[in-house]
Design a protein around this ligand. Structure first.
Ligand code: ZN
Length: 565
């Protein structure tokens, strides 16, 4: 309505609600069209309309009546034709007496119900009618809309903060990973600094798994197609598989998941109930042929490192085993200050045909999850009705990061289907052959996804134990260099990742460089430090800590590393 007020020639087309607001595609033809500089003017008119508390009312009309109302608007007429073809009810919404639009509805009573300041025009872009480049190019105006001004302000602050923390920018600045045109999009190359973090995270997950009785296994990255035909993945995911033809013209594939391989280790011996649960763990890459348009930084890649694990157990062991995974996930994410909310992803009771496996097993697994969720997190959980995978129910963990965004992170998935497809068995107490259940449980999910979340969560200020460089030694002048080297060597011997900045630059520049790389500590070495056998320690956020003996420095750093603070 505000656009029509300022641009009477504007032809509105489609304008849906989207997450955090709305957009509207408008054809301004060759006459004047707005730019972002016109937003204040449009917003002022929007506020004016709101202050008039114009009533919304709707009318059901026939297709012919609707076409007559939109005689001058070919886009709306196309929509009306489609609605007519689909046999849908056509409704027109009026705002006051003069403005009306074709709309499915869902409106407040009057424009006065919209809180002033709860919305803001956001950006402007080009968009083809119906997303088809053969069609007319329209102008898309995006708006943000919330219930209150406070929510809008919070969202804007969060977006500004998110922009500063973009993992693609920080990844480059901190030299963690890179992409090469020759290697291809979606295939990150991890530098020594990035690899240090990946390995440290992975070691941590493994140390937690080990306490819960996991064993490590190792599998190749390719397989004959036969494995996926038998597991059922070929039929379902053939398009996403990277396929390989051998010199003998046999068809192989890069693995898109590890479970069928791990299941073959399980199946290599006749298992007894006494051996269960068997807990296999492996951090390894999987490969998925995603469309290149979907690739973005580390959040979506073709080579995905999973910190994967599979538990083979009896149905009666599900609750205990999922509890063990939960313990690992809770400890891991707790270390980084993520707050977790579990989602119970269960069957859609109205669509039982969507799920494979017997009702009895499903009910047992869903009961086990419910018991676990009640015991572990009382009321703080989300009911994900209909969110189960076709092969079993799961627990999905949602993590809230330091700027209030929510990410889906770890999952614990029960699987009835793969043990059946791959004919896994064990011998029970009665000597009968029984089917085990599988639990899939990646803690980080994928290291790439976790890293993207973690970089943005910390803004690149990694805790000391994960910092590629833990401390920089900064000699003020050449005369201090020999002493600086000796400090460096001493710290290195204690497994502290230390760098010496002996460039011919002023101290100020050296400190700026350390800050730029978000190095947690730096130690300044001048005449006094050399004379006293000390260093003067500074921290990236705490500032100057003071002069201290080298032994005290080592104690401080090693404790902080050990405690994973
Ligand atoms: Zn799996």
């Amino acid at each position: 309505m505000a656009v029509k007020h300022h641009y009477p020639h504007a032809v509105p087309t489609l304008g849906p609600a989207i997450e955090h607001g709305f957009y509207y595609d408008i054809d301004f033809g060759n006459a004047g069209k707005p730019s972002a500089e016109d937003f204040p003017k449009l917003e002022a008119t929007m506020h004016e309309i709101i202050s008039q508390a114009l009533p919304f009312h709707h009318e059901e009309v026939t297709a012919d009546q609707a076409r007559a109302l939109f005689e001058m608007n070919p886009y709306k007429r196309e929509l009306i034709d489609n609605l007519e073809k689909e046999g849908k009810t056509i409704t027109i919404y009026y705002t006051g007496d003069t403005f009306f639009d074709l709309c499915g509805g869902g409106h407040t009573d009057t424009t006065g119900d919209i809180a002033p300041g709860s919305f803001k025009l956001d950006k402007i872009a080009g968009a083809y009618w119906r997303g088809d480049e053969k069609n007319a190019m329209l102008t898309r105006i995006y708006g943000l809309a919330f219930d209150t001004k406070e929510e809008l302000d919070a969202y804007i602050t969060q977006q500004e903060e998110a922009k500063k923390r973009d993992h693609r920018i920080l990844g480059k600045q901190l030299k963690l990973f890179t992409f090469s045109e020759l290697v291809g999009p979606g295939l990150p190359l991890w530098t020594p600094r990035g690899t240090l973090i990946r390995e440290a995270l992975n070691d941590y997950v493994w140390s937690l798994r080990k306490q819960q009785g996991y064993q490590r296994v190792t599998i190749p990255h390719i397989t004959k197609s036969d494995l996926y035909i038998k597991s059922g993945h070929w039929a379902k995911y053939a398009e996403d598989l990277f396929k390989i033809e051998t010199r003998d013209k046999h068809l192989f594939a890069m693995k898109p998941m590890n479970c069928p391989h791990h299941a073959q280790i399980y199946a290599s011996e006749l298992r007894s109930y006494k051996e269960l649960p068997l807990r296999f763990s492996e951090t390894t890459m999987v490969y998925r042929d995603e469309q290149s348009g979907e690739l973005s930084g580390l959040a979506r890649v073709l080579s995905i490192t999973q910190d994967d694990a599979h538990v083979f157990c009896r149905e009666s062991q599900l609750e205990e085993e999922m509890g063990r995974v939960w313990q690992i996930i809770e400890t891991f994410y707790g270390t980084f200050g993520f707050s977790l909310t579990p989602r119970f992803s269960r069957r859609d009771p109205n669509a039982p045909e969507k799920y494979m496996g017997g009702d009895e097993g499903w009910t047992k697994a869903e009961t086990a999850i419910k018991n676990l969720i009640h015991a572990k997190s009382a009321d703080n959980w989300i009911d994900g009705e209909g969110e189960a995978a076709f092969y079993g129910p799961k627990i999905d963990f949602m993590a809230k990061d330091s700027i209030g965004r929510t990410w889906q992170v770890a999952t614990i998935q029960v699987d009835f289907v793969q043990p059946t497809n791959l004919e896994l068995e064990y011998v029970s107490e009665e000597g009968k052959r029984e089917r085990p259940v599988m639990i899939h449980c990646a803690v980080m999910g994928s290291i790439e996804r976790f890293m993207s979340t973690f970089i943005e969560h910390t803004g690149g200020n990694f805790p000391l134990w994960l910092s590629p460089t833990q401390i920089s030694i900064l000699p003020i002048a050449d005369a201090h260099k020999a002493y600086a080297v000796s400090i460096k060597n001493t710290l290195s011997e204690k497994d502290i990742r230390v760098e010496l900045d002996d460039a011919k630059e002023g101290l100020g520049k050296k400190i700026r460089n350390a800050r730029e790389m978000k190095t947690p500590y730096w130690a300044v070495i001048g005449d006094a430090e050399v004379a006293n056998g000390t260093v003067t320690l500074e921290h990236r956020t705490e500032g100057k800590i003071g002069e201290m003996k080298v032994d005290d420095l080592i104690t401080r750093l090693t404790n902080e590393i050990k405690e994973k603070k």
